[in-house]
Design a protein around this ligand. Structure first.
Ligand code: MG
Ligand code: MG
Length: 248
């Protein structure tokens, strides 16, 4: 069931989203060759709690950490660990924070030092695919319009679209209806109405979009070992327009 949010609820979602945004800003300068991904985890959890919020993912369905940290061929749900980031890696950091009962959810893929042209291409166009999707979010449109725009853009740039994982509604749960796939047909799916809050999150790959799940039962990687990027914003759609809740 899709829940449509009141102005008061959107204000709270905005506060949660802002904490997620600030956490990304706080972590970004630490993303350098030589840092352990677990160090980012520890810093992020403290930062979120110091802002009066709680990590949305820690304990969600048993997920053990504050951050999902997915490096190179890892698509999503990577575990922070003793892995040391190296020059040329790409690292996707997915952050969720809950403030006064409302969530924000945003993922970003960062370069570690200098990265290859291919990886630059992947990051640039996955980010642009997210904004292509956001452009289609308006009252009266359908979720399929967003999905179609992302898929069209990704296909144009010859990137693989991961189909098993999708965007979602955001509210008092971090994952709510409706599903927001990164592929689909225009004019299909739920109608977008005033007060809908969703996370749009393309996950694109340089090679095949086929996935494989590691033995920890969480981490999703590309089957062919190609790199993957992930960009996500939580947005509110109202009669006044669209607001990115996890942006500046
Ligand atoms: Mg996320
Ligand atoms: Mg999400």
């Amino acid at each position: 069931m899709i829940s449509y949010k009141s102005k008061r609820e959107i204000e709270l979602l905005k506060q949660a989203g802002h904490i997620v945004y600030l956490t990304h800003q706080f972590l970004a300068p630490y993303i350098k060759p030589g840092i352990k991904t677990m160090e980012l985890e520890v810093k992020a959890e403290k930062f979120i709690r110091d802002h009066g919020a709680t990590p949305s993912f820690k304990g969600y369905d048993g997920f053990p950490y504050t951050l999902c940290i997915s490096v190179n061929d890892e698509i999503v749900h990577g575990f922070p660990s003793d892995r040391i980031l190296e020059e040329g890696d790409i690292i996707s950091i997915d952050i969720g924070a809950c403030y006064k009962g409302y969530h924000g959810d945003s993922a970003w893929t960062y370069p570690v030092g200098k990265i290859s042209k291919e990886n630059e291409y992947l990051l640039e166009h996955t980010k642009k695919a997210l904004y292509e999707g956001i452009k289609k979010a308006k009252v009266g449109a359908r979720i399929g319009d967003i999905s179609y725009a992302i898929e069209q853009y990704a296909t144009k740039y010859n990137l693989g679209v991961v189909k098993e994982l999708v965007g979602h509604g955001v509210g008092t749960s971090v994952h709510e209806d409706p599903n927001v796939p990164n592929y689909g047909k225009k004019g299909t799916g739920p109608k977008i109405k005033d007060g809908m809050v969703i996370a749009i999150e393309p996950m694109l790959t340089l090679g095949s979009p086929e996935i494989y799940i590691l033995d920890n039962d969480w981490t999703v990687v590309t089957e062919d070992g190609s790199n993957s990027a992930h960009f996500e914003h939580t947005i509110a759609i109202t009669n006044e327009g669209v607001e990115i809740l996890t942006g500046e």
